[in-house]
Design a protein around this ligand. Structure first.
Ligand SMILES: Nc1ncnc2c1ncn2[C@@H]1O[C@H](COP(=O)(O)OP(=O)(O)OP(=O)(O)O)[C@@H](O)[C@H]1O
Length: 170
């Protein structure tokens, strides 16, 4: 079976500081939930940025298979701040295809967000932005999903719904 992701002997430094030193991992199957644990500043977000192509490794390789469809929520998700949630989701989906409105609606309902709200993204709370970030990472039924601190800002009820949602995606 082709791996969805291969990280091979990756080294990444910022100035003098080596953040990732010979990191290797493979993700072969769908249906796995893999937790990346490490103390603050140990390089978790950096690894996600490398996998997402937002940063380049100093050496080593990051390989995504041709059938990998990557979804990512990395640190503070960027949005078109003067536009609504629906506009943003349609825009993001349009890069590859077209928004599945029914699925987006279902995800929004699950996480208690109003897809049809006219509120501009810049006026969303931290938790609402986080939910929007989670939704854009999974709304295309991506088969490899990177979620960096996904619980940030979520209230207790939303957190439970998020966990249920993740288990349903497996
Ligand atoms: N753009 C950058 N320029 C310089 N140093 C950076 C940059 N990005 C990250 N670092 C440094 O790399 C190290 C790893 O940061 P990273 O954000 O990957 O850690 P983390 O494990 O995700 O931390 P946390 O658990 O606190 O979110 C830290 O020392 C950080 O200061």
């Amino acid at each position: 079976m082709t791996n969805l992701l291969v990280v091979e002997k990756v080294i990444k430094s910022y100035k003098e500081a080596v953040v990732l030193e010979n990191v290797s991992l493979q993700i072969a199957d769908k249906g796995q939930i893999i937790q990346l644990k490490g103390i603050n500043g140990s390089g978790k977000s950096t690894l996600f940025k490398l996998i997402g192509g937002l940063e380049k490794p100093d050496s080593g390789e990051i390989l995504l298979s041709s059938n990998t469809n990557l979804g990512a929520l990395i640190e503070n998700p960027g949005f078109l701040e003067n536009f609504s949630l629906a506009y943003n989701l349609r825009y993001l989906a349009s890069i590859k295809s077209r928004l599945n409105e029914a699925y987006a609606e279902k995800l929004c309902q699950t996480l208690a967000l109003d897809l049809h709200s006219h509120t501009k993204m810049k006026n969303y709370s931290v938790g609402m932005r986080q939910k929007a970030g989670i939704i854009q990472a999974i709304m295309e039924k991506q088969n490899l999903i990177l979620l960096d601190e996904p619980s940030r800002g979520l209230d207790q009820e939303s957190l439970q719904k998020f966990v249920t949602l993740m288990n349903q995606l497996r």
